[in-house]
Design a protein around this ligand. Structure first.
Ligand code: GLN
Ligand code: ZN
Length: 756
């Protein structure tokens, strides 16, 4: 019999119960017992839901109060020395210290989990690192489920992925992969204990199979699974997801383990090869239900690969599952009372995906629930043909885009001259990245307006007053290029998404980003267009208040798509192109409204890079093209800026230059301008604003610090192409510190001008 299988379930709760409980505990408003009770209730209800849906192999230890990678560090006793851990049991308080930092110890670094918007805590390794079994969570949760009548399949991050994603933090020259010899025995010990407790399966997540692997990683994988496969009384399943296996297919299929899981959404092309290669008794879990997106599965289409695997391996060696853990999708559609039935009928969140898995597992064994299948087929047809998705004018416009649309009229040098003539800026022009502090007052006005307690007129007047104040302040301080402050925006993607056709928003569609931070990504369901100008009224108003140039402020097409759930019925690049055209309209309208400079933020440009290097070129080509399409509609005199929040540009600098923005602002203050290296080496041809003020901290940098940073920049870049600005927008900061820091920043720019 084919088994209905799950890899992981969202831990946050239908109503973000986990967030409320952890934050209350951190604040001291709730004790440990109440936190633990919330955790236990979430697990109980998640297991219950899965059991009721008919999932036969249910995961445990997929729950976490913060992050599964952090849990793994605790489980194997890898707590950095600075947290002064007693060395015995790494409890939840130890985990929270690592995640959040203490007065004595800075928090562990956090970074993105593969190409998701989920962040994990980076394991740290030093010469002193010694692993040992130090956590009970995985065992406790197994027992907990057992008491509920469910023999779960415990899940943990596999040893190769664990070592690969960690970093060496001392300067010992340690080879982190050499730690495998110490780490693997701890994994073996865990497997043995779970076997003794009665677990039948143990899932080890190794998504690094979706990456380009080096020899050291391959060695660790071989060693680890040779050792783990030897543990008696428990079956090991290695789970691969987030992409194709490609050159790793041989290694993967030759692992001597009892089960393998593959991502049959992104890796659908490889299912047959994997099944053909599988020898002996190995079970294959085929992840046909998309764990990364919110669309209903096309059940009829999903049965195809399942039937093929069944015919090769037999149903006793087949499991059906989601492509990856369901952690990356919202919990349930049941709460979405705001969405209409037609739209709801296209979606499946985690709970609904469980039903799809169960249907498919039964269907492949011949028990096709015809009613479910035909309802699903109708939903597929309805969505494919819906007038809400297809906008002929958008399709025509995309098809009519010409080479010229991707270009400014003249090359940068010529544009720069014209812009200089028009803008008449001093050396080291001073500007900011766009947003000013989103005070409680600003957020309240927006909430009141949304609720209907503040009229449109009242809200508009409020925002205008904020703009007046911001303009006055910038003039008084001596800024050369002003911004309106973005007071009207809740979020740089949501604001535009709400005004564009083709976007939808859920009410409870939260997904964990990190710890107690959840995001509610918009859904791009149809052809995107801009019914009306989105920012013009605010920018135009701001410009009317001053003789200084005002910078219009927009979010770029890659970021608009990257931070959303995206339609799966056309290539991502096509969706990005539609968004680019919509934003291009706004750029043109801003120019017509008298804005001499327009900034198009691409915060997620680097984030969109594919996991495999071989795929970078194609991505960078359409991503840079989409930027040029967005910016290509304006005259040479109009100055186009872009902004990117980070940092590492080494491997994408050519593409950045290819975007051909007149000016790019980047984050450089924390790295002491080191991050400029890529620009210097490449001879980046256009203007740059290297951030001189670290906006991630409330600390006010002294004038001299910023002078030093700017001097460093002038040593490596032509001074006439340098701008002065902070690292990023100021919306998360308070006014008091911002005012001080900006005064210092202006003083620093003046000092450089004087020295020239
Ligand atoms: N213009 C945006 C702001 O200032 C840019 C933010 C970002 O790129 N993260 O807030
Ligand atoms: Zn930024």
């Amino acid at each position: 019999m084919t088994i209905a299988h799950n890899l992981g379930f969202p831990r946050i709760g239908e109503r973000r119960e986990l967030k409320k409980a952890t934050e209350a505990y951190w604040k001291g408003d709730a004790d440990y017992a109440s936190l633990a009770a919330t955790g236990a209730e979430l697990r109980r209800s998640n297991w219950e839901k899965q059991k009721k849906a008919g999932i036969e192999l249910i995961p445990s230890n997929d729950f976490s109060f913060y992050d599964q990678m952090l849990d793994q560090s605790c489980l194997v006793g890898n707590v950095p020395e600075r947290f002064a851990w007693n060395g015995n049991n790494a409890t939840i308080d130890v985990a929270f210290d690592m995640a959040r930092g203490t007065r004595e110890a800075i928090a562990c670094e956090m970074t993105k989990w593969f190409d998701t918007n989920y962040h994990y805590l980076v394991p740290e390794f030093t010469r002193q690192t010694a692993f040992k079994l130090a956590g009970r969570k995985i065992f406790d949760e197994f027992e907990e489920a057992k008491a509920q009548g469910i023999i779960t399949k415990p899940v943990m991050v596999g040893p190769a992925t664990y070592l690969s994603l960690g970093k060496v933090t001392d300067d010992s020259g340690l080879d982190k992969f050499a730690l495998a010899d110490q780490l693997i025995p701890v994994y073996v010990e865990i497997a043995e204990k779970l076997a003794a407790a009665g677990a039948k399966w143990l899932q080890l997540d190794e998504p690094i199979f979706a990456l380009d692997l080096n020899d050291a990683q391959r060695e660790v994988i071989k060693k680890a699974y040779d050792a783990l496969a030897g543990v008696k009384g428990i079956k090991i399943m290695v789970a691969h997801y987030f992409g194709e296996l490609r050159d790793n297919i041989e290694l993967f299929t030759s692992l001597p383990v009892a089960g393998l899981h593959i991502d049959a959404v992104r890796g659908v092309k490889e299912v047959e090869t994997v099944a053909t290669r599988l020898g002996g008794e190995t079970v294959l879990s085929v992840g046909v239900v998309d764990g990364r997106n919110i669309w209903k599965t096309n059940l009829e289409r999903a049965i195809g690969p399942l039937n093929m695997v069944r015919s090769k391996l037999g149903s006793d060696r087949l499991m059906v599952g989601p492509s990856c853990s369901l952690l990356h999708v919202p919990v349930t559609l049941r709460s979405e009372t705001k969405l209409d039935d037609e739209f709801l009928n296209w979606l499946a969140f985690a709970e609904e995906k469980l039903d799809e898995i169960v249907f498919l597992a039964q269907a492949v064994d011949g028990n096709v629930d015809q009613a479910v299948l035909s309802t699903n087929q109708r939903a597929m047809v309805d969505r494919a043909n819906s007038a809400r998705i297809h906008d002929e004018s958008v399709k025509k416009r995309v098809a009519a885009v010409t080479e010229d649309d991707y270009k400014r009229h003249s090359a940068y040098t010529e544009r720069a001259q014209k812009q200089r003539g028009k803008l008449n800026l001093p050396a080291f022009p001073i500007t900011t990245i766009g947003s000013f502090p989103q005070t409680a007052e600003v957020r309240k006005a927006r909430a009141d307006h949304k609720r209907g307690d503040l009229s449109d007129a009242g809200y508009n007047a409020f925002v205008e007053q904020q703009i007046v104040d911001a303009v006055k302040m910038q003039e008084k301080m001596g800024f050369d290029m002003l911004v309106h402050g973005e007071f009207e925006r809740n979020d740089m993607v949501e604001y535009f998404g709400e005004l564009l056709a083709g976007y939808a928003f859920t009410k409870f569609g939260w997904v964990q980003s990190y710890g107690s931070r959840y995001v509610k990504p918009p859904i791009i369901f149809g052809d995107v267009s801009r019914p009306e100008p989105m920012t013009v009224r605010w920018s135009k108003y701001a410009q009317s208040l001053t003789d200084k140039p005002m910078k219009g402020m927009l979010t770029g097409p890659v970021t608009m798509v990257e931070w959303a759930f995206v339609r799966d019925d056309q290539p991502r690049s096509e969706t990005v192109k539609q968004v680019a055209l919509a934003i291009r309209d706004e750029v043109v309208d801003l120019e017509a409204a008298g804005l001499a400079a327009i900034q198009i933020d691409e915060a997620a440009f680097r984030e969109g890079l594919p996991l495999r290097q071989a795929d970078w070129k194609a991505y960078l080509e359409w991503a840079t093209a989409s930027f040029r399409l967005t910016a290509g509609g304006v005259a040479d005199e109009t100055q186009v800026h872009t902004h990117m929040c980070y940092s590492e540009f080494n491997d994408i600098i050519e593409a950045i230059a290819d975007m051909d923005a007149d000016c790019i602002s980047i984050e450089t203050s924390r790295s002491q301008m080191e991050l400029l290296d890529a620009f210097v080496k490449f001879n980046y041809p256009n203007e740059i604003g290297p951030g001189v003020y670290d906006i991630h901290s409330p600390r006010v940098p002294a004038t001299q610090e910023m002078v030093d940073l700017l001097r460093k920049a002038t040593q490596v870049l032509p001074p006439e192409r340098i701008w002065v600005n902070p690292d990023c927008g100021l919306k998360t900061r308070g006014w008091a510190e911002v005012e001080q820091a900006l005064i210092h920043m202006v003083d620093a720019a003046r000092e450089l001008r004087a020295a020239k």
